[in-house]
Design a protein around this ligand. Sequence first.
Ligand code: ATR
Length: 274
Amino acid sequence: MTDHYAVIGNPINHSKSPLIHTEFAKQSGQDLDYITRKIPLDDLAGGLKKLQEEGFKGINITVPFKEQAWQQVSDKSAHAQRAGAINTIIFNDDGTLTGDNTDGMGLCRDLINNHQIELKGKRLLLLGAGGAARGVIEPLLEYQPSSLFIANRTASKANDLCALFADFGNVQGGGYDAIAGSFDVIINATAASLNGEVPPLPDKVISPNGVCYDMMYSNSDTPFITWAKQHGATKAIDGLGMLVEQAAISFRLWRGVRPDTQSVIMLIRQLKAV
Ligand code: ATR
């Protein structure tokens, strides 16, 4: 029997998740399908209930529901509990729901395994303090950077996150005007690109061998990727690898099988080039 999975969001039309999970299923011989489902902005609870009644086995959650979904699912991994946002739900056979957040591990896998970027002992700068940023802080700190500075337009939100994750490493934060010195890895977790903007970063914020990473992925360069190339980043990496890696971790949570990510990243890059 074919098992059903979906990604929920609003809007959701341009999601690459169905393509990614369909490729994973083909590769691993898993009998499943995966669709997009647009959920009304004011009725996440109703949307989840409907999916469960329809017999779905699991879902991914994207903008703008990651934090709301966290509130609705009581059983969560410890990491997801602290992140305050979830991107994966398992509909268990006994009718309960389990939540997890695979974004941070997906980001770290892409940085470390796919791009050979060392995090240990490095100075990291994370831009943004919303749901996207929250999900990646603890996984980044697990790799023992020398420091992590969280910069946000609303400084108080960055400071709140510093307090929340203080036990996990050397975390500081503030507004963009509080950024001091240069950084080895700069990660954009803001929604600024959606308005065609880049956060106001000081000149020389990228260290001589520094790398920039945009958690956002689009078919053309995002404003942050363009900025990074213009400001001397050794590498300017978009979020496609993270998208595929977080999907692979969700897939393993649901199916117990770890799919190959490289072939799927290559496939999507080729489709983009057509
Ligand atoms: P998400 O769940 O995708 O992170 P969010 O919670 O709305 O979405 O957070 C969006 C992030 O992008 C926030 O850090 C936001 O900064 P504020 O907390 O100050 O609102 C940031 N952001 C959005 N537009 C921005 C812009 N034009 N310049 C800089 N930061 C921006």
